[in-house]
Design a protein around this ligand. Structure first.
Ligand code: PLP
Length: 469
């Protein structure tokens, strides 16, 4: 399937003449050449430039005032990076192993993404929507449907949207619509689904819905825990059985993250998920997999493929790394009536950039049991295990799966995690917190471009931070 912007255009179209105009190719070549010569200077972390510190701080203060609060990190990008390295407005360079919580799948200032957004800039439509698609929307939908069906999942349709929360809203709408009048949702303890009012009811963080009315009836199952595989799996089965008996016919769906993301990088197991999904299917309860954080980070494009759960994938949501979010669902669930529509599905630049990420991941050998994602995971894991042995009181773990990896600093308190995160940032490594009791530090290295040398760089900084705490 071609994503070449020139491919679908009938040569008779004026638009085809525009994108094939030799001046456009010349401009593209010049922009790519300029990008290369400047981004290639960014090769290692470095501290702020003292001459820029005051002006940068003033900008951060203005940002905090405008948005009603300081940003988590004192981070304003300069606009240029190189792979996982990003230059900030104070002249510092950070090794960005969190990439906006999983967004920069090909790292920063990637030439393929620049080229894709040049195509988007030539396109009249800035934001695509239900009344204004261009071919890129078609390519993206077909690409995602194709990837989702690689191991047999029946996901025939794809609805694009601007956020993971909106993709999840659409998934729940499809589930409720198809299982009406069932109104309850089943989730797992510790889950995170997004920030809309409905999703705040679902997300297992009471602090995220303070003062917000409850929008959904949600029941929670115990999370799988590797310290007690049998006990936690049996506990979840018992709870699910009890819920299905207590509320017969009232659950529309089981909504699952296969690796709890915000919850602390807890993957379940095939057996755990398979049992719960089968019980739900046996009771006519649909299964939704939220892949907003997991997509393209494990051994297969989708985590449900990694865990071999394809036959349960009724509805799937994804986002972040794809630059545009999406809800995939089977033909049998197609809503009857005008349930799903959006003025804006995504920016043209986002869709085209997302396609370039997907092409790159395909071409880079990221997937497979011994693909890059799993190789990098094993390498990072071994290095963190080495640090855990060397500093047993200061680091435990690692945890996670594929290119989602975490460790617990010290006593697991949120204060220790924040202190460690701050120290890492100061030394040049960006990660983020996840979960509570214990609070972990997590990393989402960009799958398409992270090398073992970047992981070495990260582990050196982690060790420096451990020594100083
Ligand atoms: C698993 C999961 N679902 C949904 C979301 C919400 O996505 P967004 O912030 O794009 O609305 C997130 C965001 O972190 C997520 O990790």
């Amino acid at each position: 399937m071609s994503h070449d912007p020139k491919a679908p255009c009938d040569k008779a179209l004026h638009y085809a003449e525009l994108v094939n105009d030799p001046r456009v190719e010349k401009a593209r070549a010049l922009l790519l050449e300029a990008l290369e010569s400047h981004r290639s200077k960014i090769t290692a972390v470095r501290p702020p430039n003292p001459d820029l510190v005051a002006v940068y701080q003033a900008e951060l203060d203005r940002l905090a005032k405008a948005r009603g609060g300081a940003t988590y990190f004192p981070y304003i990008s300069s606009g240029l990076g190189n792979g996982p390295l990003i230059e900030l407005g104070d002249g510092s360079v950070k090794l960005d192993f969190i990439v906006g919580i999983g967004v920069h799948g090909m790292g920063h200032s990637n030439p393929k993404m620049l080229s894709a957004t040049i195509d988007a800039a030539l396109e009249d439509t800035v934001m695509q929507g239900n009344l204004q698609h261009d071919s890129a929307s078609l390519w993206m939908c077909e690409k995602l449907i194709g990837l989702a069906g690689l191991q047999g999942a029946q996901l025939d349709h794809c609805l694009l949207s601007t956020s993971g929360a909106m993709a999840n809203e659409n998934s729940l709408k499809i589930a409720f619509h198809n299982r009406a009048p069932a109104q309850r949702v089943i989730c797992i303890d510790n889950c995170f689904a997004g920030r809309s009012i409905a999703l705040a009811s679902l997300t297992d963080r009471p602090a995220y819905r303070t003062g917000v009315p409850k929008a959904l009836d949600v029941d929670y199952l115990p999370m799988y825990h590797p310290s007690d595989p049998q006990g936690t799996t049996q506990g979840a089965i018992r709870t699910l059985k009890h819920l299905l008996e207590r509320y017969p016919g009232q659950h529309a769906c089981l909504w699952l993250e296969l690796v709890a993301g915000e919850g602390g990088y807890y993957p379940g197991t095939k057996e755990y998920f398979e049992t719960l999904c089968q019980m739900c299917h046996d009771h006519n309860v649909l299964v939704i997999f939220d892949e907003v954080q997991t997509f393209s980070r494990l051994s297969r494009p989708f985590a449900f493929q990694h865990f071999g759960l394809d036959r349960f994938a009724d509805i799937v949501t994804l986002g972040k790394i794809t630059q545009v979010c999406a809800t995939l669902y089977g033909q049998v669930l197609k809503p009857k009536g005008p349930l799903l529509s959006q003025t804006f599905t995504a920016a043209t630049a986002a869709i085209r950039a997302g396609l370039s990420v997907l092409d790159h991941l395909d071409q880079s050998n990221c997937f497979g049991d011994d693909g890059w994602n799993m190789q990098r995971h094993r390498y990072f894991r071994a290095k963190l295990e080495g640090l855990a042995t060397k500093y047993p009181d200061k680091l435990s773990g690692p945890y996670g799966e594929g290119m989602m990896i975490a460790f617990t600093p010290g006593d697991g308190s949120s204060a220790t995690a924040s202190a460690m995160l701050g120290k890492l940032y100061e030394l040049g490594l960006m990660g983020f917190v996840a979960g509570s009791n214990p609070t972990r530090l997590r990393f989402l290295p960009p799958p398409g471009v992270t090398t073992n040398a970047h992981i070495d760089m990260a582990c050196q900084i982690i060790e420096q931070a451990l020594q100083s705490l």
